[in-house]
Design a protein around this ligand. Structure first.
Ligand SMILES: C[S@@+](CC[C@H](N)C(=O)[O-])C[C@H]1O[C@@H](n2cnc3c(N)ncnc32)[C@H](O)[C@@H]1O
Length: 284
């Protein structure tokens, strides 16, 4: 079963606008551009959210300027928000669908699957990658990235993650918020980079790039990540997600102020890593 229902909670937009998020995705797409040699006519953007990958992809990769893009997301709210946000962009088509059940034939020259694959169960990750393979043209590329994998926590920052959870749980207890016994959110079953590589190969692709990018995430970035319902649901599973998100975003700000590293301007941050994968379908 998929971890995200069709009525997926959609509170991601504010974090998607932060400087850190835009920078890490810009850098990833600029790197992707190095692997694109021929023309790119048709692009699939999976888990499109508010269309960040489409917007940054067109900005960073000249070959995408004229491409037709099909933007797919499981969430109706995402599709509505993305369509509104990119209303000035030409050649976009919006579709509510699951990545693991693509209602399309293709062929696509490129699929981008930004910051979304971790939301799927193991079974659905493989089903989605196989379905992307099915709709990819010979020689076509797949790109995905994620900050929810085994390796995202930078060594020496584990205490920050523990402290924010402990502080949030203490506050939830003090408020008398009950915790249900429901299981862990799927997003917490993080894969290692090599496990992602195995899934990609099992779907039929060959890996052409696998790397990790470290990013400094500052106060507002952490506050907005923690306000993101899916993050809060994963970090504080079992609590009502709206309350958990509010309490966690308060807790993270105070923990960051105490434990964050100081940058050259005296601003506090905690670094985090993003996994990036680029794969190719063998030319026909
Ligand atoms: C964090 S957003 C990423 C948005 C954008 N791609 C980016 O990189 O900024 C994750 C998106 O994945 C969508 N999503 C989750 N599960 C999905 C699935 N099985 N199929 C398609 N979209 C899914 C969510 O609705 C959400 O909009």
């Amino acid at each position: 079963m998929d971890a995200t229902p069709a009525t997926a909670r959609f509170s991601f937009e504010p974090f998607a606008e932060t400087a850190e998020y835009l920078a890490v995705n810009r850098a990833a797409l600029s790197n992707l551009g190095r692997y694109i040699s021929g023309a790119v006519r048709r692009v699939l953007d999976l888990a499109t959210g508010v269309g960040t990958m489409v917007q940054l992809g067109r900005e960073q990769i000249p070959a995408l300027h004229e491409a037709m893009v099909v933007c797919i997301d499981a969430s109706r709210e995402a599709i509505i928000a993305g369509r509104r946000r990119l209303s000035g962009e030409p050649n976009l088509h919006w579709l509510q669908a699951f990545a693991q059940q693509l209602p399309l034939k293709g062929p696509f020259d490129l699929t981008t699957f930004g910051n979304g694959i971790h939301n799927l169960s193991h079974e659905d990750k493989l089903a989605a990658l196989k379905d992307v393979f099915r709709v990819t043209a010979p020689g076509g590329l797949l790109f995905f990235n994620s900050a929810f994998y085994e390796g995202t926590v930078v060594e020496g920052t584990e205490g920050f993650y523990r402290a924010k959870i402990l502080r949030a749980v203490a506050e939830l207890k003090q408020m008398g918020v009950p915790r249900s016994k429901e299981g862990r959110a799927e997003a917490r079953n993080w894969l290692k980079p090599e496990e992602y590589a195995e899934l990609v190969r099992a779907a039929g692709f060959e890996i052409v790039y696998l790397g990790q990018r470290e990013v400094r995430v500052y106060r507002e970035g952490w506050r907005l990540i923690c306000e993101y319902a899916d993050y809060a649901a994963g970090a504080l599973h079992g609590y009502p997600v709206d309350i958990a998100a509010k309490v966690l975003s308060r807790a993270v700000v105070s923990v960051l102020d105490e434990m964050g590293f100081l940058d050259e301007h005296g601003q506090r941050y905690i670094p985090r890593r993003w996994l990036e994968v680029i794969a190719r379908k063998a030319p026909g």
